[in-house]
Design a protein around this ligand. Structure first.
Ligand code: GDP
Ligand code: MG
Length: 181
């Protein structure tokens, strides 16, 4: 018997300002756990999530967490290299982290393109939505429009604490990555 399963390995970046919940989102998604205790990530961290995409396809997501370089707001090309997708995360309780989203998107698009020159698929995550969304929703920001105008393939309100929308966001990202291959 031959095995006809196809395997895909995708490098995915998880970027955004310090403390927005990048590490927590990865931990929730990969290890089904959450800790309220803050611990800054040290060094670059990887986590692997294996998805049985369909009966013929296995998808391995290599999630790259960043490591304190958040402060500088710009990453080296080496870190971005060969990624095919990204999550840009902000914290709905801290407007400054939303303002930084465009800085992250520009940095990413400037330093990394797919072999055909297109930007990589990027999903925007509005994290900590368990803490009350009004904080930034009340500012009248139209997220659908913002997301489209700025080249995101989608956006989700997420909570690493309550496990909201993280799997949905990942499926959305993978769908776009596959469509662009
Ligand atoms: P990072 O610096 O972006 O990696 O952020 P962390 O994942 O280390 O999270 C920073 C802090 O926010 C930690 O204390 C987490 O417990 C907390 N946190 C992360 N995600 C959520 C969330 O969805 N809801 C709540 N309430 N707290 C969160
Ligand atoms: Mg971290």
């Amino acid at each position: 018997m031959q095995n006809h399963q196809k395997e895909h390995l995708y490098k995915i970046l998880v970027i955004g300002d310090l403390g927005v919940g990048k590490t927590s989102i990865i931990k929730r998604y990969v290890h089904q756990s959450f800790s309220p205790h803050y611990r800054a990530t040290i060094g670059v961290d990887f986590a692997l999530k294996v998805l049985d995409w369909d009966s013929e396809t296995v998808v391995r997501l290599q999630l790259w967490d960043i490591a304190g370089q958040e402060r500088f707001g710009n990453m080296t090309r080496v870190y971005y290299r060969e990624a095919v997708g990204a999550f840009i995360v902000f914290d709905v309780t801290r407007p400054s982290t939303f303002e930084a989203v465009m800085k992250w998107k520009e940095d990413l698009d400037f330093k990394l393109t797919l072999p055909n020159g297109a930007p990589v698929s990027t999903v925007l995550l509005a994290n900590k939505c368990d803490q009350g969304k009004d904080v930034f929703m009340n500012n009248g920001i139209k997220m659908d429009q913002f997301s489209k105008e700025n080249g995101f393939v989608g956006w989700y309100e997420t909570s690493a604490k309550e496990n909201l929308n993280i799997e949905e966001a990942a499926r959305c990202l993978v769908k776009y990555i596959m469509a662009r291959e």
